[in-house]
Design a protein around this ligand. Sequence first.
Ligand code: F6R
Length: 616
Amino acid sequence: MCGIVGAIARENVVPVLLEGLLRLEYRGYDSAGIVVTNGGLHRLRTTERVAELAKLVSNDKTEGFAGIAHTRWATHGVPCERNAHPHFSGNEKKIAVVHNGIIENHETIRQDLQEAGFEFLSDTDTEVIGHLVSKHLATTHDLLDAVFLAVAELRGAYAIAVMDEEQPGRIIVARNGAPLLLGLGENGNYAASDASALLQVTRKMVYLEEGDVAELYHDRYRIRTCDATTKLNSEVTRPVRESDLTREAVELGPYAHFMQKEIFEQPVAVANTLEMVLNAQSISPRLFGSKAEEIFQKTSGILILACGTSYHAGLVAKYWLESISGLPCSVEIASEYRYREPIANPSTLVVGISQSGETADTLAALNYAKLLGHDHSLAICNVPESALIRQADLRFLTRAGPEIGVASTKAFTTQLAVLILLTSVFAKLRNKFPSELEQEMLIGLRHLPVSIQLALQIEPQIKEWARNFSQKRHALFLGRGIHYPIAMEGALKLKEISYIHAEAYAAGELKHGPLALVDKEMPVIAIAPNDVLLEKLKSNLQEVRARGGELYVIADADSNIKESEGVHIIRLAGYSGMFSPMLHTIPLQLLAYHVALQKGTDVDKPRNLAKAVTVE
Ligand code: F6R
């Protein structure tokens, strides 16, 4: 999604702005732009990559002590230079604005502004912001006041940065529903939608809250916030935090792609996430916060809300929570849940799962669940300062480290690790977990990072398979029981980065329709652990083979399935019980990665996709 970087310093800020944009590239974008003050507002925009913008800047010898820059992921208006940010307020080029998010009432505002004589040059919702600021500046003569009045008219979610040609020593930023933070540096002050964009200049971050408007000077900053009821604004202080993100964590190092790096980081990511239990003698509800035990004691069911890969983690957890802790669990796609009329139960704990913690649908669904009457919520999330973490009553941070590849990998396995802990906690509270089982679980968790490391060793065989897939246009993924969501996750990974159409089916559903698709052109990937459903799955695989479908089976060492013509098998170690879904995910991630490499697609930044989906 879109990215914002702003900088005001004692030195030329162009290198900081460009480096910041490069670090935000992973979020996905289709145009980029920059504006700096240098005897007026000087702007460059392109529909190419940030590297191209850097060339334009260098040819143009653009320099300045203050500037704002942006990567745009198109929502309103096609990706083209005219729609790229920064936008000026009309032809006067007086006000420059960059914006993340969506202004929902932009059409009405546009109409009013047009009637008032403002000219629109783009198809974006963003352009109304610049004009509104211009309009209010004419009466307030103060940029901060003008921005306050402008944002009061906006509906929707946004983070913005604004500059005024006539007040070049000042940048105003505002946050409402989209992430934005300030960076406090030695030589200047900065703003960005993501901390990773500013690590080159500072680790001191101030995370803005909803409704905050901040003004940045090179040597100071001020934050004012708008009271939602009185609409009056007053000065506030927000804590300065030292970011623990390291530059290495957001750099590629020896890897070719972030996705590759993140797949291979999974043993460490899972070990870090489980750190608090790896040496523990028991699994305590306090892992989920000091109030968790009291809330969990009253919990009669679980409702999981999430999107995409995080939703798949939720689907896996449903099997665990119901079969091990005996707790009813429903899992819903957040974008669907938020627009239907479900029956709420105050004692059903709402669990929001999200890597970014900024996914608009998940945040809205959690809010909606609260409005409907659910008493408590838990966030499972990878980003400490995210909106989801702040919104929920209880939280568990996955410690996967920054996930930069658009395709989620280590976030998924760390989410599953947390969901195993959640299942164990509830099993214990509900007397379904005698101490021998708890000890067995602790031993299993201690071995998990090594088991993932072993699963990664099948990479050479997966590379062989990938060669067969690169020419295919479709693929079918099959699983049964708890491995059905793993098949769904495998299909999602393949389609999003290799653009091969992939569908997942519960293998028992095959003969109810999708079997019609199977012929020798249709590779069928089957997840075949040695669990209670293996024999059933084998019958389903026979049905595929009988129609000429080529089978690629991810089995366990002890799954009794034989390799034969048209049946390729990769074996993981012996059946790993409850941990099996996590291990069977690894070959599917590697398969998607190597097929994408074969096809030469942009692995880390697949077309049309963005990392954090901060708009509906
Ligand atoms: C797929 C993928 C997406 C995300 C989804 C939710 O690889 O990454 O499907 O899982 O957009 O994102 P988060 O987890 O940040 O809420």
